[in-house]
Design a protein around this ligand. Structure first.
Ligand SMILES: NC(=O)c1ccc[n+]([C@@H]2O[C@H](COP(=O)([O-])OP(=O)(O)OC[C@H]3O[C@@H](n4cnc5c(N)ncnc54)[C@H](OP(=O)(O)O)[C@@H]3O)[C@@H](O)[C@H]2O)c1
Length: 322
């Protein structure tokens, strides 16, 4: 089958290890199902994989991709939950299973004509969403959902600051947060992206690092090093940073004095559970929220999508059709 895969690891030049071509068809063990992929979304995770983050060279070649929507062996339209883990081993939450992985880390990923997953990782595709929209849910939108509704600890009406407004997770937080009644403020390096964030429903937008009119209750971080100092300074005393990513680097000064003196909380968040994915799908149906798609490309042109992501030249999700 045709697939997009990591053939080599290169921390500095990730695209040099990206290849497209034939890979073996999945051979599912008992309890697993093969899904014919109709749409698969790109995540920054796929770029990190090519850099060798979470993907050691001894697992190559590895088909990339954490998200897909498609059709299972029985003809059901499904969304693939990308966390392969045992909820019992994680105290009821598969994202806390010490042995959990995401598709494309240990098991072959979704940027392919077919992917195999445990049957328990399939949820029905919401009828109101296209395959392309549904393919955005399992990573970026699920991460945003958990950051907002499990980890932020604040109720609708509170003010959120979203760093790096153009990203896949960031746009997801804007649309989900807006629909849930939060006051959403966002920063972006680019004027055009700030304008688009306003159109999406952000209440106010600011250049990266700008002084805000007032301090916020929660900051939603996925940019990391480039925005960390601003995030710490933008919070009310007692506020929270929910962090799910570090695109620009993961070793900024920790600002420890400000963290303890203003009694901030730093809350890590990763993906979400299968049950949360099901509730996210229903949330989209109930509210009319639809994932923000930057562009849809044939899977054979995946390299163009990776280049745009590495350049930061996107607003929302890049989706591929096999
Ligand atoms: N923990 C999890 O489960 C989980 C799940 C999904 C994603 N993530 C992580 O979250 C991060 C975002 O993922 P994504 O797929 O949403 O990525 P993405 O679509 O590529 O978005 C990245 C955004 O970060 C901003 N950015 C990048 N470099 C920057 C820099 N040097 N300075 C300031 N802003 C910068 C840009 O926003 P502007 O251009 O608008 O400023 C860009 O749009 C990644 O690190 C990813 O690994 C984690």
């Amino acid at each position: 089958m045709f697939a997009v895969y990591a053939a080599r690891i290169d921390a500095d030049n990730p695209l040099s290890g990206l290849e497209t071509g034939e890979r073996p068809d999945p051979e599912p063990p008992a309890g697993w199902s093969v899904v014919t992929v109709k749409a698969a979304a790109l995540n920054h995770h796929d770029v990190f994989s090519l850099r060798g983050v979470g993907l050691p060279a001894d697992r190559l070649p590895m088909i990339l991709g954490c998200d897909a929507a498609g059709v299972d062996a029985d003809g059901n339209e499904v969304v693939v939950h990308g966390v392969i883990g045992d909820a019992n081993a994680g105290g009821g939450d598969e994202t806390l299973d010490p042995r959990r992985s995401l598709l494309s880390e240990r098991y072959q990923g979704t940027l392919a004509e077919r992917v195999m997953v445990p049957k328990g990782n399939l949820i029905p595709k919401p009828a109101a969403l296209s395959f392309e929209e549904a393919a955005c849910l399992p990573t970026a939108y699920l991460t945003a959902y958990k950051m907002l509704f499990e980890k932020s600890g604040v109720q609708p009406g509170a003010t959120l600051l979203v760093q790096g407004a153009g990203g896949g997770v960031a746009t997801a937080i804007i649309v989900l947060g807006r629909a849930a009644g939060y006051r959403v403020w966002a920063t972006s390096r680019g004027e055009a992206k700030r304008e688009r964030a306003l159109k999406l429903g952000a209440d106010q937008v600011f250049p990266a690092g700008a002084r805000l009119p007032e301090r916020v209750d929660v900051v939603m971080e996925t940019v990391g090093q480039a925005t960390w100092a601003h995030s710490v300074r933008s919070l009310k005393p007692g506020g929270r940073i929910v962090i799910a990513g570090a695109t620009s680097g993961d070793a900024p000064p920790a600002e420890l004095t400000r963290v303890f003196f203003t009694q901030l909380s730093v809350i890590g968040s990763t993906m979400g559970s299968r049950d949360q994915l099901g509730r996210l799908a229903r949330f989209c149906e109930q509210t009319g929220v639809r994932p923000v798609i930057d562009r849809v490309l044939p899977l054979a042109q995946a390299r163009d999508g990776f280049e745009a992501m590495i350049a930061g030249d996107l607003f929302g999700k890049i989706v591929f059709n096999p």
